[in-house]
Design a protein around this ligand. Structure first.
Ligand SMILES: [Ca+2]
Length: 379
C-alpha cells in the first residue's frame, strides 16, 4: 500500500517535472495546409523581389526590394520611390533586407534598415539609420549612417538582418545570420550567428549579459543561431525568433538573454549533404525550440498579431512560409510553449508579414513580380 502510494506520487512528480522543464519540442513539419481561408486576399501592388514591409504611423508602408530599392506605398497601392538608398550586394539571399520605423518616428522621421554591404569576402551585414525626407511627392533617405557592421567581415548567404524594438522602444534587437559559416555561431568573438542588442544609436547597452567584455561579446544577447528571418516581441514581453535550419531543422525559439541555441552543434534536422546532426535532446545545455518544423517550412517574416480585424488571433504569431507557400499562425500558451494553430495555402512564397493600423494583415511574395497582399476577414 505504502509502496503503491509512493509510485503514484513519483508518477505525478515526473509529470510535473516534465511540464516545468518543457522538455518536449513539438514538430509541426507534417501539418497540412488548407485552402479554406478565413480571409479575403486583395493584391494591392507588385514589386521586384520585395523583402520587408514597415508601417508608418500614418498607415503608409515602406517596402524594400532585395536588389536595392525602397518604395513608400499607400494603402491603395500608390508607390513613391525612395531616393539615396545605399549600395548593396544583391546576389542570392543577399541584398537590401529589413526596414523598420523608429519607435519615435512620428517626431524623428528615423528609419532603420539592414543590407549586405559591398566589401571583402562577399560583403557584410550592416545596420543603418536615416531620416525619411518627403517633399512635393518625392522621398529620400537623408543623413544615412551605418551604426553597426558585422565583424569579422564576409560570408556567403544566410544574412539574417531582422530588426525588432523592445516594447519600451529603448533598444534595438538585430538577428545576424551565420553567413553559411556555421562555426561562427559558437564563436563568442564573432557577430555572426547571434541575436544582438544595441542602443538606438548602435552603441552597446550597459546591461547586456557581457557588456564589459567589449566587441562581439558585449553586443551579444543570444548565440547559436543559423539564419533567423523572424524576430518579434509578444504583448506579454516575451521575445520570439524563428530561424531557418538545415534540412528539417526550422525552429521557433523563445529568446532569453545569455542563452545558447545550439547551432551547429545540435539541430532537429540534418545537413543538406545528408550527414546527421545530434538532436537538441542530446545536449540540454542548449536551449531547445518549443516548436520546430521537420520537414521545413522555410519561415520568413513574423508579427505577433494585436489588431482589431481578427480578434481571435490576438497574441498569435503570423509567419510567412517560403518553402511552404503558406501563412502560418502559431499560438502560445503563455509559459514558453508554442504550437502551430493554422496553416493557410497561399499562391506563392511568402517573404514578410505586417499588420496595419486598422488590423488588416499585409503580406509580400518572394517573387518578381512579387505582390503586396491585403488580408481582411471574409465576412
Ligand atoms: Ca537550435
Amino acid at each position: 500500500m505504502a509502496g503503491r502510494t509512493f509510485s503514484i506520487a513519483l508518477g505525478i512528480a515526473a509529470v510535473a517535472f516534465a511540464t516545468a522543464a518543457r522538455a518536449e519540442s513539438i514538430n509541426a513539419g507534417e501539418r497540412p495546409a488548407t485552402a479554406e481561408r478565413p480571409f479575403a486576399v486583395e493584391a494591392v501592388a507588385a514589386f521586384d523581389t520585395p523583402w520587408a514591409i514597415a508601417f508608418l504611423p500614418d498607415g503608409r508602408m515602406l517596402v524594400t526590394e532585395k536588389p536595392g530599392a525602397i518604395f513608400l506605398v499607400t494603402r491603395e497601392g500608390g508607390k513613391t520611390p525612395v531616393e539615396k538608398v545605399p549600395d548593396v550586394v544583391a546576389a542570392g539571399q543577399n541584398g537590401l533586407l529589413d526596414i523598420a520605423s523608429a519607435p519615435d518616428f512620428a517626431e524623428s522621421r528615423t528609419v532603420y534598415l539592414t543590407y549586405v554591404e559591398p566589401g571583402s569576402g562577399g560583403g557584410s551585414l550592416a545596420l543603418a539609420r536615416a531620416k525619411l525626407a518627403e517633399s512635393e511627392g518625392a522621398a529620400a533617405l537623408d543623413d544615412l549612417a551605418v551604426i553597426w557592421r558585422q565583424q569579422p567581415a564576409g560570408g556567403r548567404g544566410q544574412p539574417g538582418g531582422i530588426i525588432a524594438f523592445d516594447p519600451g522602444g529603448r533598444h534595438l534587437f538585430l538577428t545576424s545570420g551565420d553567413r553559411m559559416r556555421p562555426q561562427t555561431a559558437q564563436d563568442p568573438d564573432d557577430t555572426r550567428g547571434k541575436v544582438l542588442r544595441l542602443n538606438l544609436d548602435g552603441s552597446t547597452p550597459a546591461d547586456n549579459p557581457q557588456a564589459t567584455a567589449g566587441g562581439a561579446r558585449a553586443q551579444t544577447w543570444t548565440m547559436g543561431h543559423r539564419n533567423p528571418y523572424g524576430l518579434a516581441f509578444a504583448p506579454d514581453g516575451k521575445l520570439w525568433l524563428h530561424e531557418m535550419g538545415p534540412r528539417g531543422g526550422d525552429e521557433l525559439n523563445l529568446i532569453e538573454p545569455g542563452k545558447n541555441y545550439g547551432w551547429p552543434v545540435v539541430s532537429n534536422g540534418d545537413n543538406y549533404s545528408g550527414s546527421p546532426i545530434p538532436r537538441h535532446a542530446t545536449r540540454p545545455e542548449f536551449a531547445a525550440p518549443p516548436l520546430y518544423w521537420n520537414p521545413v517550412i522555410a519561415p520568413a517574416g513574423m508579427v505577433i498579431y494585436d489588431g482589431a480585424m481578427f480578434p481571435a488571433w490576438r497574441g498569435s504569431a503570423l509567419i510567412g512560409g517560403l518553402g511552404a507557400m503558406a501563412l502560418i499562425r502559431v499560438a502560445f500558451d503563455g509559459s514558453g510553449g508554442a504550437d502551430e494553430a493554422d496553416r493557410w495555402e497561399m499562391d506563392d512564397r511568402i517573404r514578410d508579414v505586417a499588420v496595419g493600423p486598422d488590423g488588416a494583415i499585409w503580406l509580400i511574395e518572394d517573387n518578381s513580380p512579387g505582390r503586396l497582399l491585403r488580408l481582411t476577414p471574409s465576412d
